[in-house]
Design a binder for this molecule. Structure first.
Ligand SMILES: C[S@@+](CC[C@H](N)C(=O)[O-])C[C@H]1O[C@@H](n2cnc3c(N)ncnc32)[C@H](O)[C@@H]1O
Length: 335
């Protein structure tokens, strides 16, 4: 594993939604419900069924994970102070340039070191995105899914394994050639059912393999955060162009003040809420409003949810506040 200044890199995302919890005897139970809460529903009376809520702070050590943990004012202020401190000492502009110019190369190095050992398979896909599982069902009919920024294929391969639909085809791309090599060399890679290729999501052209308005689902899992904010509009344009009218974007990414953001030391901030990790890869931390403003320009926002989780390491007496955002954006027409 690459040694990093900010050690939280992707271990944090592999735990998204799969962290499970444990029963009174400490036996690990597989989590089989979603903790996301749509920001448009407000906070009152929106308890998600099956979630584990921390009512008394003293109970925090009783379980490995708690859902929908609200922050008090003090905690919010402390997070703001940390980010203000990071912002008071950003990375000098002349140093930043190489992280933007060589973004794909830094991810290449990441996959050269980690191959497919870093991310866990996204076994929670079915909980958060049942639309994906529906497409794998025997009689689902012709379906085309495109996973963008697929990395080592941790979403692609669980879907291929699950698939019973003879008419499902999955495209997967990444701008890191090493990531695509890892995918193609996986023993479960089947060119009759999927196609992995190199493509940069910020390009002005859509991939040669994908016809305009041809896709049913586009999957973006912890990918937008790796993209420079000035390229986000191009991303939205590209995704819009490739989806069919009625097609859906499935989005999950880092939320503002997630533990991974607050851990950054000074000198790592590129611009507001955008950082470079110790291994040279970049990461942004979104708010729900930013998601709404960005995707709402061309899509109907069907879900814009926050997944706040307190992960507890009882052995090391650590409390880790995770914040992930999750969205579903529908293309309704062909503008
Ligand atoms: C944090 S990883 C997530 C990988 C995968 N989606 C997962 O959840 O396991 C971000 C991925 O996005 C890819 N990526 C970053 N910028 C990209 C771009 N402009 N075009 C395509 N892929 C990109 C990186 O190479 C990396 O594989």
């Amino acid at each position: 594993m690459i040694k990093e200044q900010n050690s939280v890199h992707q271990t944090d995302i592999s735990s998204a939604s799969s962290s499970g919890t444990s029963n009174a005897k400490g036996i690990k139970l597989k989590k089989d419900w979603s903790s996301v809460r749509d920001v448009r529903e407000g906070t009152e009376g929106t308890q998600v069924f099956g979630t584990r809520t921390l009512d008394k702070k003293d109970n925090v050590w009783n379980h490995n994970a708690w859902d929908n943990v609200e922050w008090d004012e003090e905690q919010e202020k402390s997070a703001q102070d940390k980010v203000r401190k990071q912002a008071s000492n950003p990375m000098p502009l002349e140093e930043q340039e190489k992280y933007h110019r060589e973004a794909a190369e830094f991810w290449n190095t990441f996959y050269r070191h980690n191959v497919n050992k870093f991310f866990k398979d996204r076994q929670w896909l079915g909980i958060e995105f049942p639309e994906l599982i529906a497409a794998t069902k025997l009689n689902a009919g012709p379906k085309k899914i495109f996973e963008i920024g697929c990395g080592a294929g941790n979403a692609l391969f669980p879907l291929l394994t699950e698939n019973e639909n003879p008419e499902l085809f999955i495209y997967a791309c990444d701008f890191s050639s090493n990531a695509i090599d890892v995918v193609i060399n996986n023993k479960n890679y089947d060119p009759k059912k999927c196609k992995a290729f190199i493509w940069d999501l910020t390009s002005t052209e859509i991939p040669e393999y994908i016809k305009p308005a041809s896709l049913d689902l586009v999957v973006l899992i912890f990918v937008m955060s790796a993209i420079h904010p000035q390229d986000w509009n191009q991303v939205v344009k590209n995704v819009y162009k490739m989806l069919k009218p009625g097609g859906l974007v499935l989005f999950r990414d880092y939320g503002r003040y997630d533990m991974a953001q607050l851990r950054f030391k000074e000198g790592r901030m590129l611009s507001d809420n955008f950082y470079v990790r110790g291994d040279g890869t970049r990461v942004y931390f979104f708010t729900s409003e930013e998601i709404e403003n960005l995707w709402g320009t061309k899509f109907i926002i069907e879900q814009n949810a926050i997944d706040r989780r307190l992960i507890v390491n009882r052995h090391r007496r650590l409390q880790m506040y995770r914040i992930w955002l999750q969205g579903k954006f529908r293309k309704v027409d062909n503008k």
